[in-house]
Design a protein around this ligand. Structure first.
Ligand SMILES: C[S@@+](CC[C@H](N)C(=O)[O-])C[C@H]1O[C@@H](n2cnc3c(N)ncnc32)[C@H](O)[C@@H]1O
Length: 277
């Protein structure tokens, strides 16, 4: 697993593998309508996306706001290169610059941007409030910050399984050991408020998948959520968080939630807040 050279020094728990790139793209494409609805930036406005990764959200951002001028930042040069190629092929007309930087040391003047967008980044940082405060410097007074995060403890499903919950808990524990917080979604409102933002509005955005929504079962339950848990088998077992038989039962039970008899629920949280004048 690569580690971003962040001033915050929090390892990025999911790493930068081809498997993870595919998972991020599946997640973004499956959830685009759910997560991006309401996010449209005016023509000519300057928008900063922080932690763009492989550009999985960027393609949806630029498509929803074709007249806005985007700057996308990530600490990983490899991810940025993939993001550039993804956006160039999906939206060649997009107005976008790519900048490799750490969000704690952004190389932009004060108040440079009208809007900032951050998705699935805070959960990996050991200092999320300080990150939100640092972003205020580059956001103009009156400009908006949009932030989207998940909350892994919001996962519940049918058939219920203590083994499946224990496997999910391994992800929560590993992320916590790496300095992050896989349950950060529920904390967005207090985080934004304590970082000095005003007019903070946070709302849940729920994914519910059953056999009547096969695209969500495949794109979210299987290819996003279960794929994420499957990817931490080795570190979870090495850390002694579960025994191999219990892990295998947990994963088998998770897969049952994606069969015709199963259902799966997960809640994301989306916040919009204003940088005070
Ligand atoms: C889970 S990925 C999310 C990527 C993208 N936002 C998405 O939703 O698909 C988190 C990204 O944040 C980046 N990141 C982590 N710490 C960072 C930092 N201090 N500065 C800039 N980017 C950072 C990682 O390199 C990674 O690409």
């Amino acid at each position: 697993m690569n580690t971003p050279a962040s001033a915050d020094a929090t390892p990025y728990v999911h790493g930068y593998s081809a498997h993870e790139s595919r998972r991020l793209a599946d997640q973004a494409d499956t959830l685009a309508a759910l997560l991006h609805s309401g996010t449209v930036y005016p023509v000519g406005s300057k928008v900063l996306e922080v932690g763009c990764g492989v550009g999985a959200q960027t393609v949806h951002l630029v498509s929803a706001s074709p007249g806005a001028r985007f700057t996308a930042v990530d600490v990983s040069p490899d991810s940025l290169a993939q993001a550039c190629s993804r956006v160039t092929s999906h939206a060649p007309e997009a107005q976008i610059s790519w900048v490799q930087a750490d969000l704690f040391e952004l190389p932009f003047p004060d108040a440079e941007f009208d809007h900032v967008f951050v998705c699935f980044v805070l959960e990996h940082l050991s200092a999320p409030r300080q990150a939100l405060t640092a972003l205020r410097r580059v956001l103009r007074p009156g400009g908006t910050l949009t932030v989207i995060e998940g909350d892994h403890a919001s996962a519940f499903f049918h058939p219920a399984s203590a083994y499946a919950h224990a496997a999910i808990d391994c992800q929560i524990q590993l992320q916590s050991a790496a300095g992050g917080n896989a349950r950060i979604g529920r904390a967005l409102h207090p985080l934004l408020t304590s970082a000095g933002y005003e007019d903070v509005i946070v709302r849940p955005r729920t994914v519910y998948a059953d056999r009547s929504r096969p695209a969500l079962v495949n794109g979210f339950t299987r290819n996003t959520f279960i794929a994420m848990i499957e990817s931490i088998r080795e570190p979870a077992l090495s850390a002694g968080l579960m025994t191999p038989p219990d892990w295998d039962r947990g994963l088998a039970d998770l897969h049952r939630t994606a069969t015709d008899d199963g259902t799966f629920h997960y809640t994301f949280f989306k916040g919009v807040a204003v940088n005070p004048a």
